[in-house]
Write a protein that binds this ligand. Sequence first.
Ligand SMILES: [Zn+2]
Length: 125
Amino acid sequence: MSASGLSSPTVARFERVLRQRRAIDAEDAHSLAASMGDLLTARSDAGADDEHDPEGPTLSFEWSRLDAVQREAAADLHAVDAALSRIAEGTFGVCTRCGGPIGIDRLNARPTADLCIECARSSAV
Ligand SMILES: [Zn+2]
C-alpha cells in the first residue's frame, strides 16, 4: 500500500483521465493561439490608433478575454503535468504539504489536487 492509499489500477485510471485532459488543454491552447493571431491581424488592420478606432475597445476587450482564458488553460496544463509527474514518481494522491493521503473523493472531483482537504483549507486562508 502506497502513502496515497490508492491502488495501482486507480492511479492508472487517473493517469488516463489526466492524459485526456492534457490533450484537450493542448487543443484548446492551439485554437486559442489561432484566435489570438486572428485578433492581432484584425487589430493591425484596424490601425494602431485605438482611440480613434471604433473597433479598438472591442478588440482590446476580446484580447483581454482570450488572454485570461489562455492563462487559465496554461495553469491547468501546468497542474495536469505536475499531477502526471507525481504519478511517474509514485507520489500521486499524497499531499505535498503534510504527506498524508489526499483521498479518493477529492481526487475524483479534482485529479490535479496536490494538497489534502485540510491543507487546502489552511492554505486558502
Ligand atoms: Zn495535507
